[in-house]
Design a binder for this molecule. Structure first.
Ligand code: PMP
Length: 353
């Protein structure tokens, strides 16, 4: 089934073979590197004058142990944004195939499709921001090669029902990409990562940018059937993951406690901020969230966002997204940051009595 979905030119592709594919030890005179060393004086043990491992071996092994998932089912990208782009390039023939987006959702899926000249079809989520299968049916055809599902969904914050996503994998002859960028802020059993062993058309994406606090290092990954993983390796840039990123992530993984404590603080702050926001009269909706942000709806959202920015508090206006008129997205920060947000908001808007 997967082979049928892959673009013909990618099926035939002979990938670039890099110097480090065959040998990585010995007197290395094969890659036109600088044997005199790097002009960056710190972290000499990283040998930054050398190209990094194209096979991502250490990262695959470390995340494999962390998640108890086969290393062969893992692929790493420069943020999950790179993986989104690579998947579109593997499966979607420009100007012929389509990608299905369940709106409102993360904006980068559409941008990546536009860059690749791939048309999108956009059924709306229902009033609870869950999959509306009647809508999906309206837009589905065999041109749809990928369905992107974001769970917890950005910017609405809610998890999508796991059974609905499995239904998509079972009933549609397309790749189903589940973006779990925010899954660490949701209960553990809600992830679909273990289902990749059961559904060859399922890809689950994750990132180190959120719960792990490593947005600056740019590392995302996905878990999928080995066949999909093999094509991701074929189309990626030869050395997509750099040595500094690898170093930072391998070190962070040994400090999972820090991640867990950040997640637990964010989740308890999310609850506190949610309650406080509900006390503000003008806010008509504070949507339930399983992520590290809250979506709110209130009149004159754009103006409120601007007023907050003048007061030094920066939040995101999501009003232009389908069905999200007058909606703002607020990232949960530290207690002090959240207090500052609430204080400035209350300066602008009256409280409930
Ligand atoms: N998916 C979602 C749902 C996101 O919100 C983001 C970042 N805003 C990404 C993916 C991209 O993450 P990364 O930093 O790994 O590229």
């Amino acid at each position: 089934m997967i082979t049928k979905l892959i673009r013909k030119n990618i099926l035939k592709l002979k990938p670039y073979t890099s110097a480090r594919d065959l040998y990585s030890n010995g007197i290395l005179l094969d890659a036109n590197e600088n044997s005199f060393g790097s002009s960056f004086q710190e972290l000499e043990e990283l040998h930054l004058n050398r190209y990094p491992d194209p096979h991502q071996v250490d990262l695959r092994n470390a995340v494999s142990r962390l998640l108890t998932i086969d290393a062969e089912k893992l692929f790493f990208g420069v943020g999950s944004d790179e993986i989104i782009d690579l998947l579109i390039r593997i499966f979607c023939e420009p100007r012929e195939d389509q990608v299905m987006l369940l709106e409102p959702t993360y904006g980068m899926y559409k941008v990546a499709c536009d860059i690749n000249n791939v048309e999108t079809v956009s059924p709306l989520l229902n009033d609870s921001f869950q999959i509306d299968f009647a809508e999906v049916e309206k837009y589905y055809s065999d041109k749809v090669k990928i369905i992107f599902v974001c769970s917890p969904n950005n910017p609405t914050g809610n998890l999508l029902n796991k059974n609905d996503i499995i239904q998509l994998c079972r009933n549609y002859n397309s790749i189903v990409v589940v973006d779990e960028a925010y899954i660490d802020f949701a209960p553990e059993e809600t992830s679909l990562i273990n289902e990749v062993a059961n559904y060859p058309n399922l890809v689950v994406m994750r990132t180190f940018s959120k719960a792990w606090g490593l947005a600056g290092v740019r590392l995302g990954y996905c878990a999928a059937d080995e066949e999909i993983i093999s094509y991701l390796f074929k189309v990626k840039a030869p050395y997509n993951i750099n040595a500094l990123t690898r170093y930072a992530v391998l070190k962070s993984i040994t400090n999972e406690e820090k991640k867990k404590s950040a997640v637990s603080s964010i989740v308890s702050e999310r609850l506190r901020v949610e309650i406080e926001l509900k006390n503000i009269l003008a806010i008509t909706n504070v949507y339930p969230s399983d992520a590290n942000y809250l979506l709110i709806r209130l009149p004159n959202a754009k103006e409120i966002q601007k007023e907050l920015a003048v007061k030094g508090i920066v939040i995101r206006d999501r009003s232009s997204q389908p069905t999200l008129s007058n909606c703002l997205r607020i990232t949960i920060g530290t207690k002090e940051e959240n207090d500052a947000l609430l204080e400035k908001l209350k300066d602008i808007l009256p409280l409930r009595h």
